[in-house]
Each structure stands twice: as C-alpha cells, then as structure tokens.
Design a binder for this molecule. Structure first.
Ligand SMILES: Nc1ncnc2c1ncn2[C@@H]1O[C@H](COP(=O)(O)OP(=O)(O)O)[C@@H](O)[C@H]1O
Ligand SMILES: [Mg+2]
Length: 369
C-alpha cells in the first residue's frame, strides 16, 4: 500500500515543524507523531552522529522518550524497517521502526531526510550560539581585566601620587611661611631640598605609570627599541635572562601594528616569566621580505596545549585569546609550539601592509637619489 496525498501533506507539515524545532527531542517527538499517524508505528529508533565516533540514540514510544549516548555505532534493531540518513555512509545515522501497517518503509524513507537535515541544522545553530556566548564571556573577561588595570592606575594616582603631592604642598607652605617671616634657616633649606627629592621620586612614578598606559618609546623610536627596553626591564626584575635579537633590516610599521605586536609580546613574555620556570627567554624579531616574524621562546617547562583552552575545553584562556584577537585585528597570525618539559615558543607573523611596502620602496629610491 503506497502513501496517500494526505500522508504526503502530513510529512510536509512535519518537515516545517522540525525545521523550527528548538531542540533535537522535539524533532524526534514530531517524527514519531507523523509516523504513528501515517504508518501506525508504536516505537521509533533514531540514531544520529553529532561528532565523528559519537552517536546519540533516541527511542520514542507513546509513553516515553529515551536518549542514549554511544561511542560505538548502535545498529538498527532486528526485524524492523530502517531508513539510513546517508545511503553512502550508514554510520551517519538512521531511523528504524516496527510497524503494524504496510507503509512503514516508504514513510521512513520519506521522513528520514527531514529528520537528518533538522538535526544537522539544530546542531549547527547550537554551535553558533555557543561560540557566540563564549566570545561574549571572553570579551567580558577582557573588559574586567581592563577595568582592573584602570582601578590600579586610579589607586596609584590617588593613594600614592595624590598623598605625596599633598605632603609636598604642606612642606612648601611651611617653607613659604618661614621665608615670609624672614627666617631663612638651615631647617628651611633642608625642607626644600627634601621636597625636591620627593618631586624626583614622584616623577619616576609618573613615568612608570605613563609607560604602563602607553610606552612612548613606541612612537619615538619604534617597536624594536621598545621590545629591547621590555627585555631589559624583565632581566632587571626577574631571575630569567632575557635577550632580544633582530635579523634583517629593521623598519617602522604602522603605529597600530607596532602597539599590537608590542602588547602581544608583552603577554607572551609575562607568561614565560610567570609560568615557565625558564632560565632563558629569547625574543627574536626577523624582518623578512613580506612580513615581520617575532618569536618569544623560553627554555622552561612548557605546558599541555589543552591549557590554552582554559577549564572549559572550548574556552581559550584569556591571555592567548587576547593575542589571537589582537593578531586577527591586524590580519596577522600567531602560533604556539609547546610540549610539557620542552619549553614554549610563541610566534607572531605580521604581513607588511601595502603602505609599509610602499614606504620601503620610497625609502629605497631616496637612498639611491
Ligand atoms: N611560556 C609558558 N610556559 C609554561 N606555561 C605557559 C606558558 N605560557 C602559558 N602557559 C600556560 O598556559 C596558560 C594560559 O595562559 P594565558 O592565556 O596567558 O592565561 P594566564 O596567563 O592568565 O593564566 C597559563 O595559565 C599556563 O598554564
Ligand atoms: Mg597570561
């Protein structure tokens, strides 16, 4: 007995509903309903592979819906009608049903593509949604880190520099009063030279703070001297020997590119200083023909690259995520090579922009002329 027009209309109705379904279970329940109506089935088995080597199996009956996960392909039950999602690959999944009527096989064949495409669509939408919320989560973490940095700067300005300036004001007032009263004693001279020393300390702090906010050396001398300065500071304040070497003819890059590269190197170097336990850290800058390659390499303990993805295996940890985002913003690439016990190398590859290539050509002409 073949399928009637009304059966075909029921199947079309099912496909429409399944396409809009908010989860896989709704798709299976709708499929069961339509097959029950058309072919009088009393049980439906649906097997679908969400990932290579993984299968989800739903067993639907009038009273319940069971869901199982398998890492081995669950074959169709014996003596039932089955329709495979992909006739060329039975492991992609199938639907199977025992039926009391004669139309089961045709009905299953007709419904199977609708179930498969709805399940695929649902899985794709879930992935996009999940990726979106992970990105939001990481963006939030980045904003929190930025706020934390601002809070730190505000505290430094208020508690430290603010207090020092307040004391300085009092000291100057004291000296002024003494001078006004015509008492130019050694005490006053001493107070003024102490105030001058305090101003020196405050200037150093201000410089440090301003450097944290934006290293001006990047604008004045460029990315390589700024990196060398970073390496120098790291050697001074840590146990690790940090070297910065260059290869090829050094050149200035666009200022956005320079600050981005600098911030990414800073993160990779901080990681080496904080996590690696290395004795040596090398920052190597190579100006190649088409791109600049910066490698930050330590001889420390390395790590399991899965740590890149933080505690939830899909979330990239925020330091590396920021590097990835920053590199993507300037159309550059980054690569991490590491293994436990074998050190870590972070490589940043930044193609020259057309303007930089153009500038270089212009420079060449000028040299010749
Ligand atoms: N150079 C390194 N040596 C050893 N472990 C590292 C190194 N760089 C990163 N890691 C590991 O990778 C993790 C993620 O780094 P990152 O994304 O910068 O986050 P965070 O530094 O805030 O922990 C670190 O917690 C650490 O376990
Ligand atoms: Mg980090």
């Amino acid at each position: 007995m073949g399928l009637s027009n009304s059966d075909l209309r029921s199947v079309a109705g099912f496909v429409r509903k399944a396409t809009k379904a908010l989860n896989a279970e709704t798709i299976i329940l709708e499929a069961f309903q339509v097959l029950k109506t058309i072919a009088r089935i009393d049980r439906l088995q649906v097997v679908y592979s969400p990932l290579p080597g993984r299968w989800t199996e739903w067993k639907s009956s009038p009273d319940e819906l069971e869901v199982h996960s398998h890492d081995e392909w669950p074959a169709p039950e014996k003596r039932v009608a089955a329709a495979f999602f992909d006739p060329e690959d039975e492991y992609a999944g199938f639907i199977a049903a025992r039926s009391r009527g004669g139309k089961a096989r045709d009905a299953l064949e007709l419904v199977a593509p609708g179930i498969w495409s709805s399940l695929l669509l649902r899985a794709a939408l879930d992935r996009v949604q999940k990726a979106g919320s992970l990105e939001t989560e990481l963006a939030r973490a980045t904003l929190r880190a930025r706020d934390e940095e601002r809070r730190h700067i505000a505290r430094e300005l208020h508690d430290d520099l603010g207090q020092s300036l307040a004391s300085l004001k009092l000291a100057l007032k004291w000296a002024e009063d003494r001078v006004r009263a015509g008492r130019r004693s050694a005490e006053v001279t001493h107070e003024i030279s102490k105030a001058r020393e305090d101003v020196g300390v405050m200037l150093d702090k201000l410089r440090d703070l301003s450097h944290t906010l934006y290293p001006r050396i990047l604008d004045t001398l460029g990315f390589v001297p700024a990196l060398k300065e970073l390496a120098h500071q790291a050697t001074r304040f840590s146990q690790i020997r940090v070297e910065c070497t260059t290869q090829g003819k050094s050149r200035r890059l666009q200022s956005e590119t320079e600050i981005t590269l600098y911030r990414c190197c800073q993160e990779a170097m901080n990681n080496a200083l904080r996590h690696s336990g290395a004795s040596k850290l090398i920052v190597h800058v190579r100006f190649a023909q088409r791109e600049v390659r910066v490698t930050v390499e330590d001889n420390g303990k390395g790590f399991d690259p899965r740590a890149l993805y933080g505690s939830n295996s899909r979330v990239m940890s925020s330091g590396f995520w920021t590097i990835r985002q920053r590199m993507a913003d300037i159309c550059a690439a980054f690569r991490v090579s590491t293994a436990e016990g074998h050190g870590t190398a972070v490589e940043l590859i930044v193609p020259y922009s057309s303007r930089e290539v153009h500038d270089k050509r212009k420079n060449k002409t000028t040299h010749r002329g």
